[in-house]
Design a protein around this ligand. Structure first.
Ligand code: NAG
Ligand code: NAG
Ligand code: NAG
Ligand code: CU
Length: 671
């Protein structure tokens, strides 16, 4: 009776239509927690520790079948993929949520460990405060224990041959005092290693004492600033006089000529699926992107000394790009017209946890053009036509300890998707006895820049790698390099001595699709569907356009962090679709050894011509800090876009009508 009532209730829910790609709901997390805790597969003391819980990817063929013309076919089973630590072992579990049954449970025995959860990082950070040698080190430095805060760092892998069975973290400590900017006040010289499975300090070294930089001048809070204040102009606000143009149904979003699904994953953050764009004058939508998300974030520091060499971080695989996402603040993180979405993940004990406002979605107008022209060539007439560029942005901000990553996915009415990453927040700085560059014999010995007294901003990189399963007008796509080549004219047939032309090459296998843009001639990078042609006979496609200098890792190939992130030597890779190849640095990134990464998969050299293919693109930054990055860095952005290229028959925005202007304050400046 109760069951029947429940069924009736769920089938009559008014809005929020569920979708097979929807992220796990709080009640699904609870079902998973309960099913696993009551199973005898795992010991109850200590209880299993949840490291990752997310929707198990349904088979792509099932999703495409369900969503095509077969609306009446049953949706694929709702399944979760779970990674647990139990009895010092890593378990991979597939659980059927509807039937509450464990479909599979395997112990992972390869290299590397799963993502850390918050609770174990917090517990590890608290250990030094009850550890006598640490208390002595604090006393020796004459700093107040009450002002000390500690954070955790992954340890990396540096060539150990024996298989490690220990999940360990290093601890770094900082001072607050008269500032909240603890990251500008590192307590240098101490190395603390914690074994997470037993939650104990297993190694401790206090190697050198360096002055802790002063608190003065580091606080960034508005309330702490004194006049004269900084520059700001006058306020600008966003108004939409006719209301918002976006329609939201659960996790499905439609706006202008776009529709897509927006999900949250604790490791990847935002997951955009089934992005498709409407054909002009048709109700039909054409597929562009089956699935896209940030796959990894590799941040190697460039200081080889004892306390710094290991800082070679994989922020998505180790810490969770989604787990580190913060609640966006209306009116500051996102404009007035933004809509917000919550995200859910599982805590260490499997309970559902909410990140309120994890994404925002807003229509953006920044004064730019979609297109324009002024025609003065016709005698006696001046014709001007302009269309404003209004786009739709999905935003997430992930604050990984000191750094803030702002990730924007921008959908444009011209059919393009723009992917932008902005960095802000606090540098990872190193304490030093230097107070002026004049005291330094060789600048290189700093491994960075002197930013303030006793403060070095250490050189480092950020590599943000996107996974983009493109399905342009269907899933069989090809990758084309359209290279611009100089042709010399030697036979006197023209007064010109040279011109350039385009030589197109279709990549046959994965080896043809590993690209470092810095070592290529000017090339258009195209993703085409050779089975679909425009009326003119061109292959329909999209091309990749860079919005920042292409960056690749400068580490030597035999350096351990480079082995773990082999893919970072090239910005672009194309691989054959394989459901289990999602994480560029491997599923188990902590202490990984690079044996299950994008560059290794690519070595299989599978055929990628006219196949279901995946584009991996890395947005990189070589970050040599400058004084303006202190005490908090102004945003720095880079990214790329995927833009229709022979996808439409012509400019899809010609028939777009301009909006009626409301009022205009006459702002003409006359001399
Ligand atoms: C895609 O290509 C495969 C062969 O690689 C073929 O079997 C399949 O029918 C193609 N599908 C479509 C939709 O073109
Ligand atoms: C898919 O990828 C996994 C992991 O790289 C690999 O073990 C498996 O053999 C691949 N499957 C196919 C069909 O290539
Ligand atoms: C704006 O002001 C200038 C100078 O007063 C005037 O010449 C011009 O016609 C005005 N334009 C409009 C559109 O009102
Ligand atoms: Cu940086």
């Amino acid at each position: 009776m109760l069951l029947l009532f429940f069924l009736l209730l769920t089938s009559f829910l008014p809005c929020n239509t569920s979708h097979p790609l929807d992220p796990l709901t709080p009640s699904e997390f609870s079902t998973i927690q309960h099913t696993l805790k009551t199973s005898h597969l795992f010991s109850s003391s200590p209880p299993p520790s949840f490291q990752y819980v997310g929707l198990a990817d349904p088979d792509k063929t099932d999703i495409l079948y369900t969503l095509s013309d077969h609306h009446n076919s049953p949706p694929p089973p709702r399944r979760a993929f779970i990674i647990l630590r139990s009895g010092h072992k890593t378990h991979e579990v597939i659980l059927d949520i509807t039937t509450k049954t464990i479909v599979s449970n395997t112990v992972y025995t390869g290299f590397g460990f799963p993502m850390f959860n918050f609770e174990e990082q917090t517990a590890a950070s608290n250990l030094p405060f009850n550890y006598t040698p640490f208390l002595k080190s604090i006393k020796k430095r004459r700093i107040k224990l009450s002002e000390v805060v500690c954070t955790t760092f992954s340890v990396g892998w540096f060539g150990e041959v024996e298989k490690t069975t220990k999940r360990v973290l290093k601890i770094l400590c900082f001072l607050t005092g008269d500032t909240v900017n603890l990251y500008m006040r590192p307590v240098e010289g101490i190395t603390i290693v914690v074994d997470l499975d037993v939650m104990e300090i297993v190694d401790y070294k206090d190697r050198l004492v360096v002055p802790v930089p002063v608190a003065g001048g580091t606080d960034y809070r508005s309330s702490k600033q004194r006049p004269p204040f900084g520059p700001r102009g006058k306020p600008v606000e966003v108004v939409q006089p006719e209301g918002k143009g976006v329609a939201i149904d659960g996790h499905s979003i439609s706006w202008a000529n776009w529709k897509f699904h927006l999900g949250f994953d604790v490791r990847a953050g935002a997951v955009i699926s089934l992005a498709s764009v409407q054909e002009l004058e048709h109700t039909m939508y054409r597929q562009v992107l089956y699935k896209g998300f940030v796959s990894e974030l590799f941040v190697p520091y460039q200081d080889p000394t004892e306390e710094w060499y290991y800082k070679t971080l994989f922020d998505a695989g180790e810490l969770g790009f989604g787990l580190s996402a913060v609640s966006l603040q209306p009116l500051t993180d996102c404009p007035e017209n933004a809509e917000f979405f919550d995200g859910y993940y599982a805590s260490q004990d499997g309970s559902p946890m909410k990140i309120k406002n994890v994404f925002c979605l807003f229509e953006k107008y920044s004064g730019d053009f979609a297109w324009r022209h002024t025609e003065i060539g016709i005698p006696g007439r001046v014709i001007t036509e302009v269309r404003r560029e209004i786009s739709l942005v999905v935003r997430m901000v992930s604050t990984i300890g000191n750094y803030d990553y702002i990730v924007d996915w921008e959908f444009k009415t011209n059919g393009a998707i723009k992917f932008m990453v902005s960095l802000s927040g606090l540098l990872e700085v190193k304490g030093t006895s230097y107070t002026n560059l004049g005291q330094v014999e060789k600048d290189e010995d700093l491994y960075g820049s002197l930013l303030a007294k006793n403060t070095i901003g250490v050189n480092h990189d950020h590599f943000i790698t996107y996974y983009l399963d493109l399905d342009i007008d269907g899933y069989n796509n090809s990758f084309v390099k359209a290279k611009m080549k100089t042709v010399k004219i030697t036979d006197g047939s023209s007064l010109r001595k040279s011109y350039w032309t385009v030589i197109k090459e279709i990549a046959k296998t994965e080896a043809d699709a590993r690209i470092n843009l810095n070592s290529e001639p000017p090339t258009d990078l195209l993703f085409v569907n050779t089975n679909k042609k425009t009326k003119m006979g061109n292959n329909v496609g999209y091309r990749l356009i860079n919005h920042g200098a292409p960056v690749a890792s400068l580490l030597s190939d035999d350096d351990y962090p480079q082995i773990r992130a082999g893919y970072s030597k090239k910005q672009l890779w194309v691989t054959a679709y394989n459901k289990s190849e999602k994480w560029a640095a491997g599923l188990y990134t902590d202490q990984s050894r690079g044996d299950n990464t994008l560059s290794v998969w690519s070595e299989r050299n599978r055929v990628i011509k006219n196949k279901d293919i995946v584009l991996w693109y890395t947005v990189g930054f070589h970050h040599t800090p400058y004084q303006e990055d202190f005490p908090l860095m102004p945003t720095l952005s880079s990214g790329f876009e995927l833009r229709p290229s022979n996808f439409f028959e012509s400019n899809p925005l010609i028939k777009t009508r301009p909006f009626k202007r409301t009022e205009w304050l006459n702002c003409t400046h006359n001399p």
